[in-house]
Design a protein around this ligand. Structure first.
Ligand code: DAK
Length: 259
């Protein structure tokens, strides 16, 4: 399918770079962009083993939901819009491969929420984060209240959401909102290096690890530990487990087949 707002580059090694491109609005998310994202994520090729999401240009990852489009929504339409965005971000969060956000500038409102739905966040030093919704008379609507609290804790989440203040990348690093901060020139090489490390590992093990971390978080301790045990034991039904352990014992590098 041809996309108006998405550029994608899938490499032979199974790494796909998805770039959100709406330059006139600093890559803001309107419903057309969200629908394209929904289609793209829903039809991702099984050859893709790690997805990187970034924004077009040197200034902005995603500057939020599109305020000009949101400004005229009725409450009913707002609910539809929120469901669309929240649904796409949930698809990203539960995608069965690792997703890395390469945050190359503004990550405000829906842009910050998009980054929060990814597994790992790496930012350039010019990145700016915030949930400025209360300044517009609304609250985060793409699951930001939930995920920001999960990632940085309720104290920092409440400060960021109640104040509507932007924070710079060094502060985002300090509170655990991002994993690493690098220069804008180093951003994609750093993200690609991590993606290459991840992509060399067993895909089913990665899928099960992601599921265990994501789903275990919302369970009690007993449930989370039982889920991990089940997903751990499931790995023993895979050829990759046999191959990975044999490779270790034979002192060679494992090449995984995703089976
Ligand atoms: N929406 C629409 N247009 C945007 C935009 C946005 N979020 N952000 C930037 N633009 C547009 C600007 O209007 C401008 O357009 P022109 O004037 O050139 O036509 C162009 O992008 C360049 O922006 P600036 O001229 O403002 O560039 P600066 O470098 O001076 O400033 C900035 C960059 C990112 C600091 C500034 O543009 C800014 O503050 N933008 C708004 C950021 C923001 O407030 N983002 C959060 C949006 S609220 C919900 C669903 C979803 C949400 C909430 C509820 N439900 C339905 C329940 C999510 C809400 C949000 O994300």
């Amino acid at each position: 399918m041809a996309y108006n707002y998405l550029l994608s580059d899938t490499r032979d090694n199974g790494i796909c770079i998805l770039t959100i491109s709406a330059p006139k609005t600093l890559n803001a998310l309107n419903s057309a962009v969200l629908k394209e994202l929904d289609t793209f994520i829903g039809s991702l090729d099984s050859a893709v083993k790690v997805l990187i999401i970034t924004g077009d240009g040197p200034k902005s990852f995603v500057a939020g939901a599109d305020i000009s489009q949101m400004s005229t929504l009725s409450a009913k339409e707002a609910l539809e819009f929120s469901k669309l965005g929240a649904g796409v971000f949930r698809k990203i969060e539960t995608l069965n491969i690792p997703v890395i956000a390469a945050i190359n500038g503004y990550a405000l409102g829906g842009g910050c929420e998009l980054a929060l739905s990814c597994d790992i966040r790496i930012a350039s030093d010019n990145a700016v984060f915030g949930q400025p919704e209360v300044k517009l008379g609304i609250i985060p609507g793409f699951s930001g209240t939930y995920r920001l609290s999960k990632i940085v804790g309720q104290g920092f989440a409440k400060e960021i959401i109640y104040s509507g203040k932007n924070i710079r990348s060094d502060e985002a690093l300090r509170i655990g909102l991002v994993n690493h901060v690098v220069s804008i020139d180093e951003l994609m090489p750093t993200v690609l290096a991590l993606a290459e490390t991840i992509v060399a590992n067993a895909p089913i093990a990665l899928k099960n690890a992601k599921k265990s971390i994501n789903e275990g978080f919302d369970l009690d301790s007993e449930g989370a530990i039982a889920l991990e045990s089940k997903l751990f034991s499931d790995c023993f039904n895979t050829a990759d487990q046999k191959n990975g352990m044999a490779a270790f014992l034979e002192k060679r590098k494992a090449v995984f087949e995703n089976k």
